[in-house]
Write a protein that binds this ligand. Structure first.
Ligand SMILES: Nc1nc2c(ncn2[C@@H]2O[C@H](COP(=O)(O)OP(=O)(O)OP(=O)(O)O)[C@@H](O)[C@H]2O)c(=O)[nH]1
Ligand SMILES: [Mg+2]
Length: 404
């Protein structure tokens, strides 16, 4: 959405964010040259022999897989310079659990930033006014500015027009209609991620733009699956940055999940192939494969993602069994494009919306649900291992509409 009403829009969303390391807006991201080695290595990373390291691999595949040719072709090319790295920290820190509010309180607090502005605008429009066309037009603008999407905005104003036209309407009445309409849209997409126990491993591929929360979400999921008694393997498929590999290793240690990795600069598809092979040989319940962040409009990077998927399918044609797209709640309208393009190229099966605890432009989730109908499995409400919650429509609707 273009910011054609700067004053209003600033009031609506122009609040400084406390979120740690927000990604730069995709459009503004510069290309980053091949990564220099991190200036300080926090802990000596075991220097792996040229061949894979942490877990012995089962014997080589019986026939040479096609991907080997692709990898060899690629090896002749210079190290790719197209990944956009977000200044990786030299020392990867995983936040420790601190005493905290319930997740719903944090969700409400996070969405309060959107909700306060939204409900404040609604209240100012609906103070002592009869519902007429002018107020309905104003309300529609407010809802669209809040990223809810044209269809939902129209549905809300249509309901009010039908039921309350020419009558006194309070801000509270409007918020109740807003909550009901948002819940109606989100209800069908609030679906849990079901792990099919007959798939061993159940392969989850985590994808998304830079900094959207892939690796953190993997850590949180590893914890949840581990708590359920599942044996979990993680694959450090963001082979581009050494810090990304370390970050996943830290999560692996923390959650007692095995991490399979290769040295930075290795081919991501080859790692994915090895990881699925290894997890299958070990009878793992779940394998979660991390990937490098990529902007959806970078053709070559999207092609690389397709290759990762092709190679996974060489080991298990039914995999990946879930392809999860992480969306940063602070992104706004660009999230629609991310869902569209990642969906078309990588066959997204479900969404995780992260960072709903901080600056929230949470309304976009409503527009996404309406447009794509993809399941929303989880929401991220913080950086700690416990801060991933199943998505529920009514709580989200109440939080954004500011109703109790
Ligand atoms: N407040 C908050 N921060 C989060 C959440 N999820 C992730 N983060 C933070 O967002 C930043 C980026 O998270 P990562 O998990 O590294 O994101 P990524 O998608 O793996 O990033 P790349 O690998 O660079 O593409 C980190 O500082 C995380 O701690 C969340 O739900 N809430
Ligand atoms: Mg990552």
């Amino acid at each position: 959405m273009t910011d054609n009403k700067p004053g209003f829009f600033k009031r609506l969303f122009g609040i400084e964010t406390p979120v740690v390391q927000p990604p730069a807006p995709p459009e503004a991201m510069p290309e980053t040259p091949a990564p220099a080695p991190a200036p300080v290595e926090p802990t000596p990373v075991p220097q792996p022999a040229p061949e894979p390291e942490q877990v012995p691999l089962p014997g080589p595949p019986e026939t040479t897989p096609d991907y080997v040719e692709e990898i060899e072709e690629q090896a002749a090319e210079p190290v790719p310079t197209m990944f956009v790295a977000i200044d990786p920290p030299a020392i990867v820190e995983v936040p420790v659990e601190a005493p905290r509010q319930s997740w719903f309180a944090r969700l409400t607090t996070g969405l309060k930033r959107s909700s306060d502005q939204l409900t404040g605008s609604i209240t100012s429009v609906f103070t002592k006014r009869k519902l007429d066309n002018a107020t309905l037009d104003e309300l529609e603008d407010i809802l669209i500015q809040a990223d809810l999407g044209m269809e939902t905005a129209t549905a809300i104003t249509d309901t009010l027009r039908r039921d309350r036209f020419d009558r006194d309407v309070s801000g509270e009445d409007v918020r109740a209609v807003l909550a009901a309409e948002v819940e109606k849209v989100l209800g069908p997409v609030a679906r849990p991620l079901v792990i099919d126990a007959t798939q061993k491993p159940f392969v989850i591929l985590m994808i998304g733009v830079n900094g959207s929360g892939k690796t953190t979400t993997i850590g949180k999921l590893a914890q949840q699956f581990g708590d359920q008694g599942k044996s979990v393997m993680l694959a450090a498929g963001d082979t581009f940055r050494a810090a990304a590999i370390e970050q996943l290793q830290v999560w692996g240690q923390r959650t007692n999940a095995t991490v399979i990795s290769r040295p930075a600069g290795s081919d991501a598809s080859g790692l994915a192939f090895d990881a699925v092979t290894q997890a299958r040989a070990e009878g793992r319940d779940v394998l979660i494969i991390d990937t490098a962040g990529r902007l959806q409009n970078r053709e070559e990077l999207m092609g690389e993602l397709e290759k990762v998927i092709r190679v996974i399918k060489k080991v298990d044609p039914t995999a990946p069994h879930a392809t999860l797209l992480t969306l940063d709640a602070t992104t706004g309208q660009n999230a629609l494009k991310q869902v569209e393009i990642f969906g078309a190229r990588a066959g997204v099966t479900g969404l995780v919306m992260t960072k709903l605890d901080g600056t929230a432009r949470g309304g976009i989730l409503v527009a996404i649900a309406k447009k794509f109908g993809l399941p929303v499995h989880f929401i991220g409400v913080g950086e700690s291992v416990g801060d991933l919650e199943p998505f529920t429509a009514s709580e989200f609707a109440r939080a954004i509409a500011g109703t109790e």
